[in-house]
Write a protein that binds this ligand. Sequence first.
Ligand code: JD8
Length: 407
Amino acid sequence: MTQAPRRPALGIDVVSIFPDYLSPLDLSLIGKAREDGLLDVRVHDLRDFTHDRHRTVDDTPYGGGAGMVMKVQPWAEALDHVLAQGNPYAAKPRLIVPGPGGQPFTQALARELAQEPWLAFACGRYEGIDERVYEHAREELGLEVSVVSLGDYVLNGGEVAVLAMVEAIGRLVPGVIGNAESLVEESHEDGLLEYPIYTKPSTWAGRPVPPVLLSGNHAAIAAWRHEQRLARTAARRPDLLHASHAPGAEGGPEVEISAATPGDVPELAVLMRACWVQEAVANGTLEIPALHESLDDVRAGLEQTQTWLARSAGRLVGAVRTSVPPGRPDEWLIGRLCVVPDLQGRGLGRRLLEHAERAAPDGIRTFVLHTGARSEGNLRMYKRAGYRRSADAAPIAGAVTLTKRRR
Ligand code: JD8
């Protein structure tokens, strides 16, 4: 099995008048990732780019007012220096400037920044940085500049924010977190908070661990954990819950799921082509049946399976189909589950999966489905839904079989 080529190190430059403030990045997982070459973090002292005896980086604000403002010249030279050092994987860094008025820092933004090859962070102090530094970075240096806030409270400078952002971004770089699996069910990863966790002893001070967790019944454990996540989110962060679980949230106005009819065939063919191109890219193969089906094949599919469609304000936004595999009367094969690219990650796939499961007739004991071995997003969603890898071969090369016992 050839090793996937290791992703080049994520380059991170940080400029601050308190470089020692960033020394926690030498420790723990981020520190190890730097030793392992997964992250290349460089911290620069802004005062190194001053030329006066007092190494001055600030001055009084034009127009009056309290406090001091950081001067343009040291920042301009510091940015020139960072760019001049270069990065083997990118011509220019994306510049992140923490500020209380910036766009909120979120897990989604962390995921986005973790995809970048080179990030630079400018830590302000005092009342902030002269506005012309932002203009110079954008217009003269041609950098993408983002002002980002850690949260709705006031800090004394950008260093604490950079510590948090570098940790949240760095741990998403492949290989930094030993068991990438553990990233799957984290809070904010999918809009729900985490479930409660326990370890030995199974009873402490008369307090038992919830019995389901000792049952070995993966499906029941997955279901309990999902319910706990919903309950916690409703209690602590209803704003998140509304976003991910309110009816219609998946696609704006109401999303209705209904049985497909022959009239839906043309749209369904387009939807499946769009979604399986994505799978083909992820899995590096075009040998995927959905990509080679004619309209007649899709029409036949409607006759041989129960096909369900999700529509939002009339727009076809998702689909799934179900059938009993020949010779396996107690299995429910769930297939062709797909969601339009612009609405993925909002729970519609999970809703279609639950609908397909609920549609199973009596006598069905096991749900079965197949997906690409490298379809990370799908595998995460199915794992959260209680599915586990099966030794059974999948119908096509590069795919895997997942099963779940019906509760
Ligand atoms: C950068 C200077 C201090 C801010 C006058 C207090 C982020 N969530 C956040 N809260 N505060 C910051 C932040 C604060 C900063 C700087 C980030 C640079 N200050 C200033 C304006 C009011 N003092 C932040 N991210």
